[in-house]
Each structure stands twice: as C-alpha cells, then as structure tokens.
Design a protein around this ligand. Sequence first.
Ligand code: OGA
Ligand code: NI
Length: 398
Amino acid sequence: MAILDVDLAQNNNSSSAPPCHAHAHAHARQQAHADEQQDAEEEEQQQLLLKGVRHLCERGTITKLPARYVLPPSDRPAPGDQPRSSSCIFPVIDLGRLRVPAERAAALAELDAACRDYGFFQVVGHGVDGGGRMLDVARRFFDLPFQERARYMSADIRAPVRYGTSFNQLNDGVLCWRDFLKLVCCDDLAAVVPSWPDAPTDLREVVSAYARSSRRLFRELMEAALEALGIRSGGAAEMLADCDAGSQMLMVNCFPACPEPDLTLGMPPHSDYGFLTVLLQDQVNGLEVRHADTWVLVDPVPGSLVVNIGDHFEMYSNGRYKSLLHRVRVNSARPRISVASLHGLPPERVIGPAPELVDDEKNPRMYMDTDFATFLDYLISAEGKHKSFLQTRRLITN
Ligand code: OGA
Ligand code: NI
C-alpha cells in the first residue's frame, strides 16, 4: 500500500537555483509554471481533505498528520496530558427511579443537582434500547465505499441529510479529525426517513427506531427537569407540547484512528445548541468536558447514555442549568463512533428565560431572546475559535 504524505507545508518543490542573466526569462517562465503546478496540487490536496478523514485514511497508510489538521500549540490537547476521569465527577443517574413513585422526588433532586452543578451526566435505566444496533449500523455506514457515502455530501449546512467532515467546514481554518452523517429528524419521522441513506439496508429501520426512543427519553427528561425547576402546570404543558413538536438532529460521528493524535482534535471545544443532547458512545475514550478549569474525560459506562444541557436550556433556565464546553480527542489505536441526538423546540420558537425563573432582585434576566435564524447567521459567520453561541447571547457575565 502506498505511503501517503499529504503534509501541505512540505509540498514545496520550487527550484532555488539562482537565475543567470541569459536564462532569466526562461527561468521566470519555468518558475511561473512551477508555481501554477504547485497551486494546482495544493488545490487538489484541499479538495481531497474535504472528502473526509475516512477517505484520506483509505487511500493509504498515513504516518504524518496533514498540515491542515495541525492545531496551533495553544489549542492542542497538552501532550501526555491525562484528563481527570469522570467516574468520580459526573454522576450516573438511574432514571428507572423516576418511574417509582416513592423514589421520584429523590431522583428529581439528583437530576436537578446534576444539571446545575455539571450540565453533563450519564444515565442508566433510560429505556432506550437499540444502542448496540445503532453503533453497529453507523460503523457499517462509514465502512461503505466512499462513492456510496459521497452521495450525501453537501456544502449546504441546512441540508436535512448531509455527509461531511470536520466541525464547521465553512469556517474551519484547521480541520477536525472527524467525519459525520447528519440526519434531521422531525416529529413526523416517516416523512424524512425516505431521504436517508438506503445503505446499509437496515440503516433506516435501525436509526429511526433509535431516533424515536431518544425522543421519548428527551420528553421524559424535560418533564422531570421542568418539575425540578418548579415550572408550573401551564408553562410546563406548553413547553412539553413544544418538545413533542420539537426539532431533533442525529449526528453520527466517526473519528478514525489518527497518526498524531496530540496535534489535533476530533471536535473542538464547543457547546451544543438546543435543549438537551443524548449521546451514545462506543467503548473508546474521547469525549472530554471542561469543568472547574480542567478537562474531564467521560468514561464510557456500558449500557449508559451521556446527557448534556444545551445552550437553549441554559438560557431558558436563566443560567441555573449549565451548557458546558466539550471536545473530542482522538487516538492512534482505535477508531471511535458516537451518535449525538440533539433535541430542541420547533425552529420558529423564540427562546428566552422562563418567566417563573426571572425576578428583578435575585434572578435578573441573564440572556436575550434568540431564534434559529440568528443561530444560523452565527454559524455562517462564526470564526473558527468561537464555538459557543451562548456567549453571544449573554446579558450578564460573571
Ligand atoms: C456532538 C458531540 C461528542 C462525541 O456531536 O456535539 O459533542 O463524543 N459529540 O462524539
Ligand atoms: Ni457536542
């Protein structure tokens, strides 16, 4: 197999011989030609990288990280840095207890504390089955020949089905070591499923079953959280109706094994848009959360799902619940697959703090109202560094 080295920084093949008088003209022409050729090669390399990390790895053994993926030293995961493990930090909550009347109050208090103190936790007893099948079909999708996956490539971030690479392809100066399949799910799944990939042949069935159970979990978590926040019946009923009609997006992520994992990231630090994210990860480490000024690794707990608060929930809760920055590290030994289900309200809703949670004295309004169009404008204009929409919505900083 060919050894591939697409380090663009090393792609400098211009001659350094000094031009002598008689040959100056010819040399200039040669130089122009060499420059053109170099530009064309660089353009070809850039086009290659936009086909994704899987494609890059499939073309041959990569021993060096291409320059486009190399983060400036200040943004790299510190070499040899061992993040704190989450098992002693983020709680693992048994949601089965929410369904036992005698235990519901205690389980609600635990959930509330996890949302306030961490914004990230793992759940068991969640009632979502099919996680194993979901990961399996995801793996088989990324194993398909590139041509098959490329059918879903689109530069349009609004496309409901989209195969892509990196984080925000439009703006990423440095690319991330990640490919993804984005599937927009709506409350009428049957309407969108026919536009999803038809290979592997069981993808539509497995993914739609998983999407439905994730949506049920979102509903259950929102109902519990609203109760814990003390949102009264009218406001809660309205919110739950919005959740039922709400938006859902599945991000099926693939992080191939990486030749120089300390120089890059699978996903840069970002917070999630929307209300709640339900994340299914395989048994390979990678997800890290920024908590108390350190990066904390979220240890995969077999059978669990990771739940985290998104920007909208932080805004709606007027800052009581926290939307934390998180990132994904890659490794040189094993590929990693994860499936994030991002849940929110219908896209046309304006999001702002719940009236019940704002008062002039103790709890002044912390965020301005926001809508989906503002977020899309942000995504299109945001520069590589600012991965948190939330920061742009803050009225009070502390
Ligand atoms: C995401 C995300 C984490 C992971 O898709 O927003 O943060 O572990 N994913 O894949
Ligand atoms: Ni995320």
